[in-house]
Design a protein around this ligand. Structure first.
Ligand SMILES: [Fe+2]
Length: 470
């Protein structure tokens, strides 16, 4: 055998070996073949139309709403006035009535290095009727602006409700596409579950807080009309000792109020709400979560309170994902997973939504709770009592897409794709919810990934997409 034919034989064996190796190891789910051209993510310039300041003296801007109590009969309305404090009140009335009511709020200001905020108003409107359209007016006295919202149906087990999922939105051109796609999606999300990383102002010199204002104006077109449920991400920390800013979460906590006290929480970073047929628990990846900490003790007491007969769907929001097979932020969620995953399995959480990784991924139902430091059982296993983990950090951000994935795709990863987009979690009744993920490059109605969720309490049969297509 000549040296040339010998080297050819070796090459053949090496290639055969690689093919067989890949065939053995690639037992995971689907890595989408869709490859989005990687372009730099660019923030929209300050004079973009989406950042336009509303006309009129002291006109309210950055209007946004969120749920204001534990069960959906209150709404926190927030807005900013720039010229003077103006009125803290909101005038509101139901569409069935001409009787106008007034709710009184408060305003706050804060400084961040050389930035001074406008007057940030928060007003909690309480004792609203369920399932009712309300009009509301802010800016009483100078320039008024009118908006509306629809309260959720009364909390109950078979109440249909449609949630949107957006994470890591930022204010890039891609962010604008994501928000537009969410607004135009024919499934019509009624409330946004936002999984953290709002404005990315901290990417600018001195965390230029003007970019918090532009973000507030950009998102007003949705957030003034439907509640956005807030989760804190790492870009909300704004810890900047080099410029004298040592109090974490300062811009975020001044600008975005959440009803944390209503669920017995002691800080606005972890809390819960009930909305229609869902019980939503928001956790903080960036607050202490170890044993004995306030967040740990709160969650330990909170999970047994969830009554699946009243709210069948148990949804958890956090920023840093526990199961992530991209080479970005790899294992950052691991320590929180070690602390809380046994509880999620015990209490049969239906789904966990996270952001942080700028891409999309959906897991199988898996758990990794058997490991006890001496038994070596540290591999995720299929577990029908465990949640599905979804990473939806693909809102648009400022830092670009996460395109680099760990290979081969792990068995627990059902679908992954590095594209910008949003998702919809559409609860039909106590047993079924339809989930879909929509990438920005497609038409508004196109579903790039989807799954029927079967409720873990009421209908705990295998709902993996592979089982559903059998
Ligand atoms: Fe993040």
């Amino acid at each position: 055998m000549g040296s040339r034919s010998f080297s050819c034989s070796c090459l053949f064996l090496v290639v055969l070996g690689l093919v067989l190796n890949v065939a053995v190891l690639c037992n995971g789910g689907k890595t989408s073949s869709f490859v989005r051209p990687v372009e730099k993510t660019i923030d929209m310039p300050l004079d973009s139309d989406v950042f336009r300041v509303p006309p009129g003296y002291n006109a309210p801007q950055q209007v946004h709403i969120t749920q204001g109590d534990h069960d959906g009969k209150a709404v926190i309305v927030s807005w900013v006035t720039e010229d003077e404090p103006g009125s803290n009140s909101v005038i509101y009335w139901s569409e069935n009535s001409s009787l106008k009511k007034e709710a009184k709020g408060q305003h706050y200001t804060y400084k961040f290095y050389n930035y001074t905020s406008g007057y940030i108003h928060h007003c909690n409107i309480r004792n609203l009727e369920y399932n009712t359209k309300y009009y509301y007016v802010v800016g009483i006295g100078n320039t008024t602006r009118q908006f509306w919202f629809i309260t959720p149906p009364a909390v109950g087990p078979d109440v249909p409700y449609t949630f949107g999922l957006i994470g890591d939105l930022g204010q890039s051109f891609d962010s604008n596409k994501t928000l537009t796609h969410y607004e135009m999606n024919p499934q019509k999300g009624q409330t946004v579950l936002f999984v953290g990383d709002l404005s990315y102002a901290d990417n600018y010199p001195n965390h230029d807080n003007v970019r918090w204002d532009t973000w507030g104006r950009f998102t007003e077109r949705s957030a003034a009309y439907q509640p956005w449920i807030w989760t804190a991400g790492n870009h909300e920390i704004d810890f900047a000792p080099e410029i004298g800013e040592t109090r974490p979460f300062k811009p975020y906590t001044n600008r975005y109020h959440v009803p944390y006290r209503a669920s017995g929480s002691t800080a606005p970073f972890w809390y819960s709400i009930k909305r229609a047929s869902a019980y939503i628990i928001v956790l903080s990846s960036y607050s202490a979560y170890g044993k004995y900490t306030p967040q740990y003790k709160w969650l330990e007491a909170e999970l047994p309170k969830v009554n699946r007969t009243e709210t069948p769907w148990l949804i958890v929001l956090m920023h840093s994902p526990w199961y992530n097979s991209y080479n970005y932020h790899y294992m950052e969620g691991e320590t929180m997973r070690v602390m809380y995953e046994p509880w999620f399995v015990k209490y049969k959480v239906d789904v966990v939504f996270a952001g942080h990784v700028h891409a999309y991924e959906r897991s199988e139902r898996i758990s990794n709770v058997d490991y006890n430091i001496v038994n070596g059982k540290c591999t995720p296993i299929a577990d029908q009592t465990a949640p599905v983990y979804i990473t939806i950090g693909d809102g648009g951000n400022l830092e670009g897409l996460a395109t680099n994935m760990t290979e081969p795709q792990p068995a627990y990863s059902a679908y992954r794709e590095a594209s910008f987009g949003h998702a919809i979690f559409d609860i039909k009744n106590r047993t079924h919810a339809y989930y879909s993920w929509h990438r920005n490059q497609d038409g508004y109605a196109v579903e790039a990934d989807s799954m029927w969720f079967y409720n873990r309490h009421w209908h705990p049969v295998d709902d993996s997409t592979s089982a559903q297509t059998k």
